[in-house]
Design a protein around this ligand. Structure first.
Ligand SMILES: *[C@@H]1O[C@H](CO)[C@@H](O)[C@H](O)[C@H]1NC(C)=O
Length: 212
């Protein structure tokens, strides 16, 4: 398995989201969103480089990765510091994410930016913080963020998928299967790769919070 350094992880490209669409989309806005989405979909999955139509990559704000306190070893890098509220247990949050698997050279197994509604807008992932349905690493990440922020987190296996019923999972069956057969590969686990197989890299954008 390739050894992935933090320097490499910090330099992985991020394709920023388009500006939040207004309630009533003008035709122009809708068109530009669709062309953004098309550009994103057609961009090579290995490089993930944004096309010239997309916004330029966001510069990192923090000097480097830091460990989120009491997170069980989740490391975070701010790609954009938010200015809004920070969620607490019980809040419903909406996030966008890029999920990558370190064990597959950073294979991007899922992204909410690819989950589209009828008019082509990316649909965020919703969950209740502290509900336990979502992997611990993502919960720790959002509780360390402010709305509007984008954070890259390195999630160790102990804070990642413990079984196949945790969320978020790719909607595509084959992606789910590849994800879980990698993480829970019995041969590789018995070869002592358990400390690395399930390491996840998530770019998380905290879109909004709704209080109960
Ligand atoms: C999956 O793992 C989570 C976290 O350890 C746990 O809360 C949940 O009960 C498990 N679900 C199943 C079906 O084993």
């Amino acid at each position: 398995m390739a050894v992935v350094s933090f320097a490499m992880l910090a330099s992985l490209p991020f394709v920023p989201s388009p500006p939040s669409p207004p309630k009533t989309l003008t035709l122009t806005t809708r068109r530009s969103l669709i062309s953004w989405a098309t550009a994103l979909v057609s961009s090579s999955s290995s490089s993930l480089l944004p096309s010239s139509a997309a916004s330029p990559p966001l510069p990192p704000r923090a000097a480097g990765f830091f460990e989120i306190p009491a997170s069980g070893g989740v490391k975070a890098l701010d790609l954009r510091v938010g200015a809004g509220e920070t969620p607490v247990d019980g809040d419903q949050v909406a996030i966008h994410y890029y999920g990558r698997l370190a064990a597959k050279q950073g294979w991007r197994f899922d992204s909410t930016y690819d989950h589209k509604d009828e008019i082509g807008d990316p649909v965020p992932f919703l969950f209740i913080v502290g509900s336990g349905k979502v992997i611990s690493g993502i919960q720790a990440a959002v509780k360390s963020m402010k709305v509007g922020g984008i954070c890259r987190v390195i999630i160790p296996p102990s804070q990642g998928y413990q079984n196949t019923s945790q969320e978020p999972v790719p909607p595509n069956f084959f992606d789910r299967q590849r994800l879980f057969t990698t993480i829970f590969n019995p041969t590789r686990l018995s070869n002592g790769e358990g400390s690395t197989l399930g390491t996840l890299i998530f770019d998380i954008e905290l879109v909004s919070i709704r209080h109960p």
